[in-house]
Write a protein that binds this ligand. Structure first.
Ligand SMILES: [Zn+2]
Length: 157
């Protein structure tokens, strides 16, 4: 069975990586490239069917990452801009065709490469190469801002 890939992030930067088996659930892993040892939290972070339910680093909630939809949105905007430019005669037909083909190929590439991921927005850890339970919700940016506000002003509450 393929191991789950875990990427540690800090302040928007990838700080470490390790692979872990969701069935064996080792209590301790070694992080690459630092070699640092990290203790994992398996208590109530994996559901009955062996799928990740919570963050094994901080026990936080994990969410489906929305990169796929965001990139698709960009592609739609680009395609629309290309069509408008073509209609207005701002670009010649063949330039537009090349651009549209590029956009289409990009879209197909995203479809093929767009593997689902889970993200913990509490500690920034990303989980790849895993089967994702259907109950995971997509991240809501309003909530992200709320959490960040809370994190910025811990003395407010
Ligand atoms: Zn976490």
């Amino acid at each position: 069975m393929e191991q789950m890939l875990v990427e540690l992030h800090h302040a928007g930067h990838k700080t470490g990586l390790f692979a872990v088996d969701l069935i064996q659930r080792p209590s301790k892993v070694q992080v690459e490239p630092s070699g640092e040892e990290l203790f994992l939290e398996w208590n109530s972070t994996v559901d009955d069917s062996g799928r990740l339910r919570g963050c094994i680093i901080c026990s936080g909630e994990v969410f489906r990452e929305r990169t796929f939809r965001q990139v698709t949105g960009v592609v739609v905007v680009l395609a629309f801009a290309g069509a408008v430019a073509g209609i207005l005669g701002l670009v010649t037909t063949w330039v537009m065709l090349i651009a549209m083909t590029f956009v289409l190929l990009l879209d197909i590439a995203i479809l093929l490469l767009g593997r689902p991921r889970l993200v913990c927005y509490t500690c920034g850890t990303r989980y790849k190469k895993l089967s994702i339970a259907p109950y995971h919700q997509r991240w809501d940016s309003d909530r992200n801002e709320q959490l960040q506000r809370t994190a910025d002003n811990p003395l407010d509450s």
